[in-house]
Design a protein around this ligand. Structure first.
Ligand code: ADP
Length: 302
């Protein structure tokens, strides 16, 4: 039982700048350190640190970035027996954070691009035994589909980034976790011929549109404003506690990891999201992704 994450592992190369450069512009920055990241790894670490039992299915390369990429997964106690070390490069994300806390990210998939259907199906038994399978958009679409096909427990999807996934596969998500921008892209993906896509739709409307498109439940994260939870029968806005943000990198992943940790321990979706907004708010107060995540014993903002 427990949670299985089928996802990405990256080394994050973090750079600080006063403001983001314009195309063609050169700016001075600082930082340049390597920290552990990848949306799959971030969410696995967040859930495990909060007390969940997490097994990871993924891959790193045989380069110098593998060790720093795996550091926090190892320290937190995530089961890494299903993480392969493959020839080639570990996933790498180049993250630029400006003084106002906004980030720009370039991801080089590396070994994550080998988490295909073929690779994932070697772990079908572990996926089938999980109470929750948690997926993101940083592995190939056929690997994603293979994980959903093998799952017998609850499937939770944070489709970030939004990659083209088969719509029947994606609709297995319960909940689908997206931010506002990702919600728009998922709706476009589900209704490619629709001419009346409304770029100005309110977040709550987008979440309802996703429910109408066939999802059982949708959780939309709204940054400092918290999140919206919508199911066929309820709709709730849950504000995030006010904090002063220094780095929002990985806040959405802290949220997703916290949400599944709570669902796995029996919480309702509303209660899980109420906890997750506090974990997200905790994470934006510290630098980096995984290094800013709370332990179960930490006091969360409220
Ligand atoms: P994403 O990075 O996936 O777009 P969000 O920016 O919506 O995710 O952040 C995820 C969660 O992190 C939010 O729901 C909220 O709980 C928390 N969060 C993000 N930014 C802030 C902030 N400035 N103040 C307080 N909480 C925040």
């Amino acid at each position: 039982m427990g949670i299985v994450v089928v996802g990405s592992i990256n080394a994050d190369l973090g750079v600080r700048v006063e403001r983001h450069p314009n195309p063609g512009e050169t700016l001075l920055g600082s930082g340049g350190g390597i920290s552990p990241g990848g949306k799959g790894a971030n969410q696995a670490v967040a859930a495990q640190l909060l007390g969940a039992e997490v097994t990871f299915i993924g891959a790193v390369g045989d380069d110098a970035y593998a060790e720093p990429a795996l550091r926090r997964l190892k320290e937190s106690g995530v089961d890494l027996s299903r993480v392969a070390e493959l020839d080639g490069t570990t996933g790498l994300a180049v993250i630029t954070v400006s003084d106002d806390g906004e980030n720009c990210i370039i991801v080089i998939p590396g070994a994550n691009s080998h988490v295909t259907a073929d690779y994932v199906s070697r772990h079908d038994e572990a996926i089938a035994a999980a109470s929750i399978v948690l997926l993101q958009g940083e592995i190939p679409a056929d690997g994603f589909a293979a994980a959903v096909a093998a799952a017998s427990g609850r499937v939770v999807v944070n489709l970030a980034p939004v990659v083209p996934v088969d719509s029947a596969v994606l609709r297995q998500a319960d909940p689908l976790i997206v931010n506002e921008h990702e919600a728009q892209l998922v709706l476009q993906q589900l209704h490619p011929d629709s001419t009346n896509c409304d770029d100005t739709a309110e977040p709550a409307q987008l979440a309802h549109d996703l429910i109408n498109a066939g999802f059982r439940s949708v959780v939309m994260t709204l940054g400092a404003a918290g999140c919206i939870v919508v199911t066929e029968t309820e709709s709730r806005t849950i504000p995030a506690p006010p904090v002063s943000a220094v780095d929002t990198t990985g806040a959405g992943d802290a949220f997703a990891g916290a949400l599944v940790a709570q669902l796995d321990s029996g919480a309702s979706l509303i209660d899980a999201a109420t906890f997750a907004v506090r974990v997200g708010a905790f994470a934006v107060q510290g630098w980096g992704a995984q290094d800013s995540y709370p332990l179960a014993t930490d006091t969360l903002p409220s």
